[in-house]
Ligand binder design. Structure first.
Ligand code: GRF
Length: 221
């Protein structure tokens, strides 16, 4: 199995980048990070990349007159490194159709909520405030919308009655670090088929058809 060539875009801490680096270095992910790009000069994700000897690029969105010009530069950098899958990992800029045309069906994002619920930002506080009993994260392909692309993997976690945005974010982040590498591995194995809004994972796995979770716990009847 060839290693899929990843271009990872970060804007901040890069903990999702780190989880992908760790899985690759453990020999558990058939991928190679060929470039890490940030729009933020101070993004700690660039420090993580440097510590692991990864190629880095800074494309500071403030230096471009339009989103399109910024995206055009991003595409140039990604194509120059032969990127096959673009991985948005805590990347805080909106993608334009220009990027999607360059990498159709080959841009992934992770969102710290169970889409389509709670798109956008402030998602942890929104999940706590709404009073949902489960939160989670969603790995999806990026389409022209915001947080609207076809869903690859979701993980659910309980929302506890004394949760704050911070405690929920920490619980979800642990699942982000498991699900993102898993989604990239499925892509690397050619097991993801995008069919309109849906992503089929081949071969069909029916092992979860009896699974269920309740929060709070419901006594077994
Ligand atoms: C994560 O919660 C991710 O879901 C969101 O940005 C946050 C920070 O990600 N997109 P990272 O630590 O920079 O990977």
């Amino acid at each position: 199995m060839g290693k899929v060539r990843l271009g990872i875009l970060v804007s901040g801490s890069g903990s999702n980048l780190q989880s992908i680096i760790d899985r690759i270095e453990a020999g558990a992910l058939d991928a190679e990070i060929v470039v890490v790009v940030s729009n933020e000069p101070e993004a700690y994700g660039l420090v993580r990349a440097e510590k692991h000897g990864l190629k880095r690029a800074l494309v500071n969105h403030r230096e471009f007159g339009s989103r399109e010009a910024f995206d055009r530069r991003l595409v140039e950098v990604l194509e120059a490194h032969g990127v096959e899958l673009v991985v948005l990992a805590g990347f805080m800029r909106l993608i334009t159709p220009l990027m999607i045309e360059a990498f159709p069906g080959r841009i992934m994002n992770i969102h710290p909520a169970l889409l389509p619920s709670f798109p956008g930002t402030h998602v942890w506080q929104d999940q706590v405030d709404y009073g949902v009993k489960f939160g989670g994260c969603t790995v999806h392909f990026v389409d022209e919308g915001t947080d609207t692309g076809p869903i690859i993997i979701q993980a659910v976690v309980p929302v506890l009655d004394d949760d704050t945005a911070e405690t929920l974010a920490a619980r979800i982040l642990k699942q982000e670090h498991r699900t993102y590498p898993a989604a990239i591995q499925l892509f690397a194995e050619g097991r993801l088929k995008i069919e309109g809004r849906r992503v089929r994972v081949m071969p069909l796995d029916r092992s979860r058809d009896e699974a269920f979770l309740t929060n709070p716990v419901v006594p077994q009847t």
